[in-house]
Unconditional design. Sequence first.
Length: 122
Amino acid sequence: IQKGLTGLVKDFVLNYLGRSNYHDRNGALVQALKDVGGSIPKNKKVSDGTVEKLRQKVLDLCENGMDLFEEGGSLHEMLKELKAAFKPSNMPHFAKGLASSASIRKAFEYMSGPRPDKGEEL
C-alpha cells in the first residue's frame, strides 16, 4: 500500500477512474461530501452541537467511502484512519482548527461540486 497523496491518486486512477463499478455506485459518497461541506459553520462561532453534527457527517463519509473502495487500498485505509481520528476526544482540537480556518469549507465545496470547465482555474 502506498501512502500520501501520490498513493491516493494512484489508487483512484488505476482502480476507479472511469470504471462503471465505481461511477455507478459513488452517489452516496458524493452526497456525503456535500453533507460534510454543508455542515461546516460559515462563521467562526463553533458550538459543541455543530462539531458533533459535523463529526457524524465525516463518519458517514468514511463509511460510504470504505464501502466503495477496496479494503487494503490507499483510499480505504485513508478513510479508515480519518474515521479513527474523529473520535470524541479529538473534537475540541478539531473545533479550534475549524474556527480559525476559512479554507476547509471551500475544499469540501470544491470536492463535491460540479466538474470544473477546461478553462476554470483549479
